[in-house]
Structures are given as C-alpha cells and as structure tokens.
Design a protein around this ligand. Structure first.
Ligand code: AMP
Length: 429
C-alpha cells in the first residue's frame, strides 16, 4: 500500500507514524511534511493548500490512498478533485467542508436540524448592520468571522465597545482577509469544552477517544490563544451517560441532517462541544482531526489505521475494527519563545536522541526542518511530546520527563496539561 499524506504539522507526523507501523504500507509521501516527518516518509515540497499541484503529484505517484490532515485543501476542494478521478481519499468534499469553512453555514445547519448549539443573534455582511445589533444582545458576546481565519476568527467581547472594535477590524479594515467579511453573533456558553471526533463514511461512524485541548499560551489558561498547547485523552472525560447524550442529540442528528441535505460526508468530523449545565452544545465543527488532539488520539489507537482509512475512502467503514488502548494519553506542545507573537526560528533542537525508544513516548514534530544534519526550529509550535499510559498521571509523568530532556533556545511549554482533569478528580476525592 502506498499512501500520500497532506500537511506538515504534528498531526500529520502522528498520522504518518501510525500508518507506517502497518507492514502492508510500503511507501508514504508527505506534502509538504517537515524535518521530523522526513525520517518516516518522503517529503515533497508542495503546498498543502494547492489542489492543482496535489492532483499533479498524485497523478505522478498514483497512491493507493490519500489522507488529508489540514482544512485548507478540503475547503479548496481536494476531495472533489480526487473523487472525480476515482482516486481513494479520506476527507470531505468542498461542500461538506463548509461545516468548518463557513461558521454561518454551520450555524444554519445546526439550527435547521435542531442540534443543540449556542443561540444565534444574527449573521451580517454589512458592518453597519452588525454595529446596530450590538444594542440588542447580551454580554459577554461571541463574535465569529465567517471564514477560515487561522484560529483568529472568534472573540469573546465583554461589552459593545470591544465588540465594535473587532467588527471594525475584520469587516472594515479586512485584518483577517476575506474570511472576516461576514460575521456571526452568538450567545456565550459556559462550561468545560470537549472534543468529540468521529470517523464516518457518510452512513456508519466510529467515535475517536474523547480529548480536550488547551488553547491559551500560559498555565491556568492565561494569555493569548494559540493553535493548541497540548491535549489529553482519558475515558473519564466522557462518562457513559454523557456519551449517549452526545450520540443521540448531536452525532446522529448531524449525520442524518447531512444526508437529508444531500451532503455526503466522509472523513474525520470534529465536533467541538461545550458541556453546559443544560447539556452538551455544539461550539463548532472542524472537517478534520484537531492538532494536537490527533497526537493524543493516535497514541491510543490499537487498530490498523491504513485499513480503516482505506475502508472510509471505499465507503465501507466497519466501526468494530476500531480498538483503543485503555488508560490515557497526553501531548505536550513545545513552542518557540514569543509564540503566538513574534518568534525567531533556526534554533538548534537538542536532546531528542536521549528519549528512549519503545517506552510509550513519541515526539511528533511540527515546526522543524533539517539544516544539513541538524534539526532546527522553523515554526511557533515546534514539537509535541506525546505519551500513553495506564492512567492520566502515568501519561503526564512520561511526557513531562521526556520534555525535560529536550532543549532549544527560548523553548516554552505549559506544565499544566491535563490539570483540569486532575483537579476534578481531586475535588471528587
Ligand atoms: P470555534 O472556532 O467556533 O470553535 O471557536 C473557537 C473557540 O471559541 C472555542 O473552542 C471556544 O473556546 C470559544 N467559543 C466559540 N463559541 C463559543 C460560545 N458560543 N461560547 C463560549 N465560547 C465559545
């Protein structure tokens, strides 16, 4: 089996690592890949958002399966382009990817199918109409830019002045580009967040293990938002009754709704939930695995990933094939100093070889590149130290011990990944 993986972050490194474990996989290409993926796959310097170039690449390599990591190629229609040519691919069509590509499309879908979500105050394509609405809403208010905005498109505004400022920056000053020209105003929900990701062929589905990520740069959820500073997975995140509620009120109505609307969906569907006191509510859909949730999920996979993904591409998922390691897993992200603001790259990464192999710890690489024989930093999120264990405490201890062995100038990481779960547990004890 020959596989093409699209993307070049920690999520794609984790996927490549898992795919490679299957003896039937003889070749993996990764476009564009990164310094760490280069050890496990042949990296090809093609931009992940460039559908025409990726089609040309697949024409040349003729992979048996293509797996798409990030949202951009999906929103740009890669799945349609491959499906038209009968090339097996895992990832939803351009239309289905609108669940992530347009917050307004996604909210209208949720409301149309009566799937629990935050109340919408309105969707606006003129800034004047959006300003006028600011007198009629409750605060804090959530404002969402409609399109893809590299994680910067959602703000929680405490008052009308802050809301006005964001609307002006995205709708009038175009600071987030075309994705910010329409906005959605919605109610703020309170509670704990949970990532519930499923793999579906449009008809059947299989849930991944539940995960939670940590978005803020500093401990205690302080400081600006990032692409994700870490994630953990543990079955305790999702008790059986909550899982049943999520499935019956959210997952199944979503799949039925997509079918009713004539939008077949195949691939990973990420459902971002807020666990409110009135029950789970959908915050967002993503049309792919999260990063760093993927690293924590892959660490608990106990099944043949290439086989299951080939089944998805062929629309014949057998959910019974997905098996999971008991216990927990965690991914601690190591970032460049200054991220998510300005940071310097090209710093030499040391200590990776001192982490023993086969101990349940894997370091997935994100912002790295090879500079002759040295591995150096090339992005904000540099490495994801990932560990599985019998318990969350065991996984955390392995990951943090490994993180301490790694060094690059300015390296930063949060020491409280998974802490919320420990707090809840401590309170119950
Ligand atoms: P989204 O891209 O829609 O998930 O938004 C990104 C983040 O904003 C979510 O992970 C939440 O932390 C937060 N968020 C989005 N919508 C709401 C909401 N209605 N209430 C509270 N927080 C929200």
């Amino acid at each position: 089996m020959k596989i093409l993986v699209i993307g070049g972050g920690g999520r794609e490194h984790a996927l490549v690592w898992k795919l490679k474990q299957c003896a039937r996989v003889e070749k993996i290409w990764c476009a564009p890949g990164n310094g760490g993926i280069a050890a496990d796959a042949e990296c090809v310097n093609v931009d992940a958002g460039d559908v025409a170039a990726l089609v040309a690449l697949a024409e040349k390599f003729a992979p048996d399966l293509t797996v798409v990591g990030p949202e951009l190629p999906l929103v740009n229609g890669i799945s349609d382009a491959f499906s038209q040519r009968n090339w097996p691919i895992v990832g939803p069509s351009r239309e289905a990817a609108q669940l992530e590509g347009s917050k307004i499309f996604s909210k209208e879908f949720l409301l149309r199918h009566k799937i629990p979500t935050a109340k919408m105050y309105g969707a606006y394509d003129s800034p004047q109409d959006a300003y006028a609405a600011l007198n009629t809403v409750d605060y804090p208010l959530v404002i969402k830019a409609d399109g893809l905005c590299a994680g910067k498109g959602v703000v929680l505004a405490d008052n009308a002045a802050a809301a006005r400022q964001f609307i002006e920056s995205v709708m009038e000053k175009d600071e987030l580009g075309p994705g910010g020209r329409r906005v959605l105003l919605e109610e703020t929900l309170q509670g704990d967040e949970l990532s519930f990701i499923i793999l579906t062929d449009g008809e059947r589905y299989a849930p991944m293990v539940p995960t939670r990520d940590h978005k803020r740069i500093f401990e205690g959820n302080r400081g600006p938002n990032t692409g994700g500073m870490g994630a953990y997975s543990s079955d305790e995140l999702l008790p059986a009754d909550l899982r049943d509620t999520v499935i019956s009120t959210i997952v199944e109505p979503t799949l039925t709704g997509l079918a009713k609307d004539g939008i077949p969906y195949q691939g990973f569907l990420y459902i971002g939930l807020m666990l409110t006191k009135d029950g789970p509510r959908v915050l967002e859909f993503n049309c792919r695995l999260g990063d760093p949730e993927a690293q924590a999920i892959v660490a608990r996979m106990d099944f043949d990933l290439p086989e299951v993904l080939a089944d998805i591409a062929a629309r014949r998922l057998d959910p019974a094939k997905l098996r999971w390691k008991r216990g927990a897993s965690v991914c601690v992200v190591l970032t460049s100093g200054g991220y998510p603001g300005k940071f310097v790259t090209g710093k030499r990464i040391e200590g990776l070889t001192s982490i023993p192999a086969n101990t349940g710890v894997e370091v997935f690489q994100a912002g790295t590149r090879l500079d002759r024989d040295s591995l150096v930093t090339s992005g904000g999120r540099v490495l994801g130290v990932t560990a599985a264990g019998d318990s969350l405490e065991a996984a955390l201890s392995s990951a943090y011990q490994a993180a301490e062995k790694i060094h690059f100038d300015g390296m930063h990481y949060r020491k409280d990944i998974g802490a919320h779960a420990s707090c809840v547990k401590a309170a119950e004890d």
